[in-house]
Design a protein around this ligand. Structure first.
Ligand code: AMP
Length: 397
């Protein structure tokens, strides 16, 4: 079956068409600047050149229509008719406490996702626009929603409750939810496969280190804790997000700089993290360059980032009473040997030993720990689209 995987944002839409039997990507691309002047479709068939088509896309429906036209286009298309698309898998960000797994989308599900919009006002409404646009254009094709939060619904109460008055949880469901669930689930499962062990018998810590970053403790196939919270702001230092912070520091800055809560949130989300600490860039490649040029801003941000990741690994080892496998994934985790090495240097107390030659790897599955290391460490590329396609097929079948 061919599955169209859609990740819809407010003004952009990423897609992949995946053959679920071979798990090959037949075509992929993105629509940019939907509803804004200068919109374009970037389309790439497997083995072919990237093609950029500039065209007005006032709505998401028009954007998806362009994607469908490209998929069946005589020259660059990869299927002949739209009925060769057997299902659509949608990445949905926040399922609150309502969704502990992926689900076939119907009116009831759409209403339930809509009721979670408050929890992710930037993401959920945009995701739903994508679902409705696909329904309009492909009314007979089954659609599945795969939630970023669902994998973490197995977290115990002690891990998901904030130290706040309990009434805020009761009234508004203010609690920790976690994100990147599709990635943490995919990577931890793959690690168990590589180890040749049943998923239900492995303790894994997944470090998803990208522009957004989170760590997850997966004990016997279940997420028992993760570093992001009600929103993706909690936890690690990220590209531009602060991660964990004393709220008192924000009151202090608000008073000194005469800022309101919205301005403070803007600082925490967009101007902090390694970007804020370095004052240079949110991109780790730029920070590496700064390190090479002996600019102290580079190591200042990198050290703060790595230290925070190592602290979470230590905490999650305690949460699981041990760890068998540590995985590094996403943009930084897959591509930055220096960061992996620096993080693992904190973990000598666990018996972690990195094999420097193996750790040179970028973007490929590779065991990077030595044969004598007490914990296995992997570089393990994530594949959220494939995970969404697999979930979609499993539910549609
Ligand atoms: P992601 O959010 O997973 O797409 O990750 C994006 C981030 O990965 C970028 O902002 C970079 O900081 C980082 N990244 C990508 N490639 C490399 C690389 N070769 N070396 C170091 N960092 C990288």
């Amino acid at each position: 079956m061919n599955v169209l995987v859609i990740n819809c944002g407010s003004s952009s839409l990423k897609f992949q068409l995946i053959n679920s039997e071979s798990e090959d990507v037949l075509a992929k691309g993105l629509c940019e600047r939907i509803g804004i002047e200068g919109s374009q479709l970037v389309y790439q068939p497997a083995g072919g050149e990237k093609e950029i088509t500039k065209a007005d896309m006032p709505t998401h429906t028009q954007a998806i229509q362009m994607v469908l036209d490209a998929l069946i286009n005589e020259k660059t298309g990869v299927i002949q008719k739209l009925d060769e698309i057997g299902a659509v898998g949608h990445r949905l960000v926040h399922g609150g406490e309502k969704f502990a797994c992926s689900t076939v989308i119907n009116d009831e599900v759409l209403a339930a996702v809509e009721s979670c919009n408050d929890l992710a006002p930037l993401h959920n409404p945009a995701n739903l626009i994508g679902v409705r646009a696909c329904q309009e254009l492909m009314p007979n094709v089954p659609m599945v929603g795969v939630f970023d939060t669902a994998f973490h619904q197995t977290m115990p109460e002690k891990a998901y409750l904030y130290g706040l008055p309990y009434e805020y949880y009761e009234k508004y469901k203010v609690r920790r939810y976690g994100f990147h669930g599709t990635s943490h689930s995919y990577v931890s499962k793959r690690a168990a496969e590589l180890e040749g062990k049943p998923y239900e018998e492995v303790k894994t810590i997944v470090c998803h280190l990208g522009n957004g970053a989170s760590v997850c403790a997966v004990k016997n196939g279940k997420s028992v804790d993760t570093s992001m919270g009600l929103t993706p702001l909690e936890g690690l230092l990220m590209g531009t997000r602060s991660g964990d912070i004393d709220p008192g520091a924000m009151e202090f800055i608000a008073k000194k700089e005469d800022k309101d809560i919205y301005q403070i949130m803007e600082i925490l989300n967009k101007k902090s993290g390694v970007f804020g600490v370095s004052g240079i860039s949110s991109d780790f490649r730029d920070l590496e360059q700064a390190c090479k040029e002996n600019n102290p801003a580079g190591p200042r941000a990198m050290d703060a980032f790595n230290y925070r990741v190592a602290k979470y690994i230590g905490a999650y080892t305690a949460a699981m009473n041990g760890v068998d496998v540590i995985c590094f994934t996403a943009g930084v985790g897959e591509n930055d040997p220096d960061n992996r090495k620096a993080i693992c240097e904190y973990l000598g107390f666990l018996g972690v030993e990195i094999d420097d030659a193996a750790n040179k790897v970028r973007g490929k599955e590779q065991l990077i720990s030595t044969a004598s290391s007490k914990v296995k460490v992997y570089c393990l590329p994530t594949n959220e689209e494939l995970a969404i396609a697999r979930e979609t097929v499993a539910l549609v079948r």
